[in-house]
Design a protein around this ligand. Structure first.
Ligand code: BGC
Length: 451
């Protein structure tokens, strides 16, 4: 089957500030939660940190030249909050100037910028006050977002308010993978996620008021959730609840102004008091929905698992990435079709998708056929959703270049470009050449299997 894509479909690559920039305290910036977390012994699997990362803070002109050669028509990046607001209410002009130059160079190169305001990092000054478990954080984030909109909104028209509110809250408060590294703090998790949704709504409104012709949305970490045994009614119920916990808690408030019924029934004691009153404010503020798609999760019913009554079933035969994500390309088709049939077919952008491929001694690190297969399969499933009426407008590959992969460190290697973290040389992997070729051509042939 031949899959074609509409004119103007955005073909991009994505990154985030802390993961690539390095120089976290340069030109007036103050420590972020990740700056502090990477200094805790044992917090990062390979013992690395983001102090240099890809040194993009100094090398962004070269990176933009490479992007131009690559042929991407759009680039998703995030801004470092403490570069802009090193202290509450204080604006750091040097930080704004850095991103302003970045945006200008992108536009000169003919690349559309997609700016993410909040990508998994908070200022330490905010975290010390309880971060997003407290509602005051919403005002701080809106303040920061509006500073950006005023400074860059004449040139940046595509905005992503928040990256992955559900994953951020889960990793930070339930499983201690991200700062503040709490465990089983369900109250913290639900408060954080709810406040991020509120911030998203207020940022979206601000964007419409301050930026002409803006498109605004958030990037949802979409999990393709299925029962371990499709014939088991108990597994099906467990999966339906876990789907609500992973997807419903974000998509239902955004599109229907409610939390999923079974989440309210079983979890409302962890939500902020009076959360119902916020729901009409959260509903329908976005003009598009971003989907970050990486994995399928299978669930089994378990009487013993507190609150959830579900446990993840890991099928040893299923293909997985080095980070343990089950690779299941039809999941991106299912995500887009769910947006079409259940959420009113909003404009969608695949804001992230891509596998890590760490180095294997004795093999050529630039030879990443597995990444090409991954991209081909996922893009074909996006093409299939488009043929069936999805309003998908773009695809951003994660990531442009190998970078600091949060608690896994520098060794995960998600890039189209290889980063030598000693010399900072960038080299094209086979996948980069494949993507360049594909973008020029604009179509692919594939037998995108049915789900
Ligand atoms: C995040 C990225 C991260 C990627 C790969 C996403 O959840 O938005 O920052 O690097 O996954 O793990």
């Amino acid at each position: 089957m031949k899959y074609t894509f509409p004119n103007g479909f955005l073909w991009g690559a994505a990154t985030s500030a802390f993961q690539i920039e390095g120089s976290p305290l340069a030109d007036g910036a103050t420590p972020s939660t990740w700056y502090e977390f990477t200094r805790r012994p044992g917090a990062i699997a390979d013992g690395t940190n983001g102090d240099v990362a890809c040194d993009h803070y100094h090398r962004f002109p070269e990176d933009i030249r490479q992007m131009k050669d690559l042929g991407v028509t759009a680039y998703r990046f995030s801004t470092g909050w403490t570069r802009i607001h090193p202290q509450p209410g204080v604006v750091n002009q040097a930080g704004l100037d850095f991103y302003s130059r970045l945006v200008d160079l992108l536009l000169d190169a003919g690349i559309t910028p997609l700016l993410t305001i909040f990508h998994l990092e908070e200022p330490m000054w905010l975290a010390r006050q309880g971060g997003f478990t407290r509602r005051a954080a919403v005002d701080a984030l809106v303040d920061y977002g509006t500073t950006l909109m005023r400074a860059l909104g004449d040139r940046v028209k595509l905005w992503c308010t928040i990256n992955e509110p559900s994953l951020y809250s889960y990793q930070g408060y339930a499983i201690a993978e991200y700062p503040p590294a709490h465990r089983f703090d369900l109250r913290g998790m639900f408060h954080c996620a709810h406040n991020l949704l509120l911030a998203h709504a207020r940022l979206s409104d601000a964007c419409k008021a301050l930026v002409t012709n803006a498109m605004t949305g958030l990037a949802h970490y979409y999990v393709d959730v299925v029962p371990a045994n499709p014939a088991s009614a108990r597994d099906a119920r467990a999966a339906s609840f876990m789907d609500d916990m992973a997807n419903g808690v974000v998509l239902e408030p955004l599109f229907h102004g409610r939390y999923p019924e079974q989440v309210v029934r079983r979890m409302s004691c962890f939500l902020p008091r009076g959360f119902e009153k916020d729901l009409p404010l959260i509903q329908g503020r976005q003009t598009y929905i971003g989907i970050n798609y990486y994995r399928r999760n299978r669930y089994r019913y378990s009487f013993f698992m507190p609150f959830l009554h579900a446990v993840e079933h890991v099928d040893p035969a299923a293909p997985r990435t080095a980070m343990g994500d089950e690779i299941h390309p039809p999941g991106v088709y299912r995500a887009l079709m769910r947006m079409k049939t259940k959420m009113g077919n909003p404009p969608c952008i695949i804001t992230e998708n891509g596998p890590p491929i760490p180095d294997v001694p004795g093999t050529d690190p630039l030879d990443d056929e597995a990444r090409i297969a991954y991209m081909t399969d996922h893009i074909a499933h996006i093409g299939r959703a488009l043929q069936e009426g999805s309003d998908c407008r773009g695809y951003f590959f994660w990531s442009l270049l190998d970078n600091f992969e949060w608690s896994k460190g520098l060794s995960m290697r998600c890039g189209l470009f290889r980063t030598d973290f000693v010399t900072q040389k960038r080299e094209w992997k086979k996948s980069a050449a494949w993507y360049q070729d594909f973008i020029r051509k604009g179509w692919l042939e594939h037998s995108a299997a049915s789900c």
